[in-house]
Write a protein of this length. Structure first.
Length: 292
């Protein structure tokens, strides 16, 4: 058993306190939103949270699930996030593997070019013009392709590949394996942690994104969930002078609260469901490049 000094015990106690505070900072808003999504908006606006079941209501979820735009946006968001994750992971691992191989000619030049793009970009207008000239406006490819090459993901994958013992490569080459065979038969099976982490990063980033869709997609049938939620919340905000009837304004506020919290819960469900399946790979994958 390890004996701790007085200072060690103080530091451990402070760490425990800070950890508990961090958990509360994350947990309290989450619990508030979940409970508020089930509450009657009148009770929520007048009294705040209530743990009385009679004050709860499923009307917010019913309104959202009965809205065709919400359901279509949810399915679009799943399609975009899954497709973007697959493309990003494939591009990242195929770009990272040659950069991790010893003796690959020109890898420093390629790495330098990649790094330059991390700090300098053409900006929104040139990117829009490129997407337009390629004929991708108002198509799903405008969401899936422009951001598929992520230099940071390539660096993470390259660092992980370099951590695989080089002796495995040499042994495979002695047996006559090509670089492509080594990649598929040795490197990829050993790289599940970094692949799942890259997929999780890409999925979360695309799931929470709405700006690209707002810029490139005009067809409402192609809008992802986050853009639909943005439209709903904006439409449910009353502007001064537009509503003279106080009763109508109060009803609008109730509907806005009802939809807002229910929509937050529904839009967060895929991420909450995904994380437990990725957790066992997450710690190992995010620690790539750290000191051992």
């Amino acid at each position: 058993m390890i004996k701790h000094t007085r200072i060690d015990r103080m530091i451990l106690s402070l760490n425990s306190i800070f950890l508990c505070l961090a958990v509360l900072v994350v947990l309290v808003p989450l619990v508030y939103v979940v409970i508020a999504s089930f509450m009657d908006p009148t009770v929520l606006l007048n009294k705040g949270l209530s743990f009385n079941i009679s004050d709860w209501s499923l009307e917010g979820y019913k309104r959202i699930l009965s809205d065709d735009a919400m359901v279509r946006g949810f399915l679009n968001a799943i399609l975009y996030s899954v497709g973007f994750s697959i493309i990003t992971v494939v591009v990242s691992v195929f770009a990272a593997f040659p950069l991790s191989v010893q003796g690959f000619v020109g890898k420093n030049v390629f790495m330098t070019l990649f790094l330059i793009t991390m700090f300098f970009s053409g900006g929104l207008i040139p990117t829009y013009l490129v997407v337009k000239d390629l004929g991708m406006l108002n198509t799903i490819w405008a969401i899936l392709l422009p951001g598929a090459v992520n230099v940071w993901n390539i660096i993470l994958a390259r660092t992980y590949f370099k951590g695989i013992p080089h002796e495995l490569h040499e042994a495979a080459k002695v047996d006559g394996a090509s670089d492509l065979l080594i990649f598929f038969k040795i490197v990829l099976p050993l790289s599940k942690p970094i692949i799942f982490v890259l997929a999780l990063y890409a999925f979360v980033g695309q799931w929470n994104s709405y700006f690209d869709a707002m810029i490139y997609l005009e067809d409402p049938n192609l809008h992802p969930l986050q853009l639909v939620l943005r439209s709903i919340l904006i439409q449910n905000q009353a502007e001064p002078g537009m509503i003279s009837d106080q009763l109508a304004m109060a009803e609008l506020a109730k509907v806005s609260e009802m939809i807002k919290y229910s929509a937050i819960v529904i839009s967060s469900l895929p991420l909450i469901v995904m994380y437990p399946f990725f957790q066992k790979y997450f710690e190992k994958g995010v620690m790539v490049g750290s000191l051992k």
